[in-house]
Design a protein. Structure first.
Length: 148
């Protein structure tokens, strides 16, 4: 194999690795303004808490209880992640064909409006080092995916 062919294959492989880590099929559950229609999130036996944070989100009058759950298979690998605020599931992401094994939630103002966006990181447990990021803007109207 020539050196040019080898470099071309490595370049294509690298591009494929980085572009293949993002998914457009994330299910976002927007918070409804009428609390009569909100369903309370219930813990089941195969869900574990990854993060539990108390923090005031934009539009809230008091601190919110924010919990990041992982729904796990029998072998402990995640099937999905759920971000729950005050008992209501706001975001649910699937496992993307076992690409990611860990997740964490962080907060940072990315657009300079002095309101933190919610950053949901996921990363692989293997040597590939895959890392996924979903960013959500929280407002009085609900949650929307930001920087898609």
């Amino acid at each position: 194999m020539s050196r040019t062919t080898f470099i071309l294959l490595i370049t294509l492989f690298t591009i494929t690795m980085f572009t293949g880590c993002a998914s457009q099929d994330n299910e976002i559950l927007l918070q409804k303004t009428d609390t009569n229609f909100q369903e309370t999130y219930s813990e089941l036996g195969n869900k574990v808490i990854l993060n539990s944070i108390e923090r005031q989100l934009p539009g809230s009058k008091s601190k919110d209880k924010i919990i990041l759950y992982a729904e796990q298979a029998d072998d402990g690998m995640p099937l999905s992640w759920s971000l729950v605020v005050d008992g209501i599931e706001m975001v649910k992401l699937d496992h993307e064909e076992n690409l990611y094994g860990f997740a964490e939630v962080k907060f940072q103002d990315l657009d300079g409006d002095n309101k933190d966006e919610v950053l949901l990181y996921r990363q692989s447990s293997g040597s590939a080092g895959a890392r996924g990021l979903n960013v959500y803007r929280v407002s009085d109207e609900g949650w929307e995916e930001f920087l898609v």
